[in-house]
Design a protein around this ligand. Structure first.
Ligand SMILES: Cc1cc2nc3c(=O)[nH]c(=O)nc-3n(C[C@H](O)[C@H](O)[C@H](O)COP(=O)(O)O)c2cc1C
Length: 351
């Protein structure tokens, strides 16, 4: 089967694959530009994108906004005709500043999960930047779309469903993750599609729905398309590519991983997250890690009680200090056997 293209209003991705945003620094311009160039949608993470800037500790937001603008421009140079998005976590501080920066620097689309991005339309209204909430339940989808309908008189340009096998933070409790992983989660997907159809009807516009979480190969993609979805969001497989912006040792952790190395950890966001078991994860399970320097990255984190500093844990990860870092991954990371290129991966997934 030839995969259909993904239409989001006037934007057309020739391959219906979105590379999910991965923070901190795992998906910047290197990965996003390469995916967009191959016809997918490349997504830059707005989680502390300035971590490598010299003034990151002293002028964190200046560094982050400068870096976000830089990576958007660089990805655009790599893929002048491609679709480039930005992922902004709703639970993060300074949401408005990141959203405005993405719009000013011509992001094609903003993806926002980890909470309900209630105010997102205020920043994109009247611009070409499209908006896509990332949700995990039909209930959250309805609340989100109703909020935008009531307060902003707009609806989503696309909806991303993130399932229980995804990497990074998960939109469920630990117990729900276990239940959903086993019951296949497909009923929930169909309920979400029904909710979206109501808003399509009201706004007389097509709202594509894509699914992400545990998608590994072309047959998985075909399966979700057969359920009536318009495309997929994939992240874990893109980590094991030459173009991924993380250090080589981070990528090698995926290649080495066995099924039993993948676990659920509690994150300072108060959401569970999926990650690889390593000495860092074993340490945080035993005792709280001292937080000496708070980056004020999360609305929900209290440095006095947080089990560890998530900014530092994720910066050490992207830099390759893999024993002292939080290595987020999806449930199927253990199936990865080699590091490839984005071009080869996109060909494998689409032909
Ligand atoms: C290393 C890693 C970091 C991630 N970081 C983020 C993030 O910052 N924001 C977000 O919305 N999702 C994040 N995710 C979730 C992905 O964007 C994606 O939706 C999900 O992992 C898809 O499942 P898959 O990895 O099994 O393909 C992350 C995933 C991984 C593997």
């Amino acid at each position: 089967m030839t995969l259909p293209s993904l239409h989001i209003g006037n934007l057309i991705a020739t391959i219906p694959i979105i590379q999910g945003g991965m923070g901190i620094g795992i998906s910047l311009s290197g990965l996003a530009g390469a995916v967009a160039k191959e016809g997918g949608i490349g997504v830059i993470s707005a989680a502390q994108p300035g971590f490598n800037e010299p003034d990151f500790r002293t002028h964190t937001m200046d560094a982050n906004l400068r870096a976000l603008a830089f990576h958007l421009q660089k990805a655009r140079e790599t893929a002048p005709k491609g679709i480039i998005g930005v992922n902004i976590m709703t639970k993060g501080q300074n949401y408005a500043a990141y959203a405005k920066c993405a719009v000013e620097n011509n992001a094609d689309i903003i993806f926002s999960g980890a909470g309900l991005p209630a105010d997102l339309p205020t920043f994109t209204m009247g611009t070409k930047t499209k908006i896509a909430p990332i949700i995990s339940t039909a209930k959250a989808c309805r609340v989100m779309l109703k909020l935008w309908d009531r307060h902003h008189h707009v609806t989503a340009d696309m909806v991303v469903i993130e399932g229980p096998k995804a990497g990074g933070h998960l939109g469920y409790t630990r117990e729900e993750v276990k239940i959903h992983e086993h019951d296949g989660y497909e009923n929930e997907i169909l309920h979400i599609v029904d909710v979206v159809r109501e808003f399509e009807e009201k706004y007389k516009k097509k709202i594509p729905v894509v699914f992400g979480g545990g998608i590994f190969d072309k047959s998985d993609i075909e399966h979700y398309l057969s359920l009536g979805l318009d495309g997929v969001q994939m992240a874990t497989r893109f980590v094991a590519t030459k173009e991924c912006d993380a250090a080589e040792s981070f990528k090698k952790m995926y290649v080495k991983a066995k099924k039993e190395d993948i676990t659920i950890v509690q994150s300072p966001t108060k959401m569970p997250g999926r990650a690889l078991i390593n000495p860092f994860v074993e340490r945080i399970r035993q005792c709280r890690q001292q937080v000496n320097n708070c980056f004020h990255c999360l609305k929900t984190c209290d440095p006095r009680t947080t089990p560890y500093c998530i900014t530092m844990a994720l910066i050490r990860a992207v830099r390759g200090d893999v024993d002292n870092a939080l290595i987020f991954c999806g449930a199927n990371a253990y199936r990865i056997k080699e590091i490839t290129t984005v071009q080869r991966l996109m060909t494998e997934l689409s032909t």
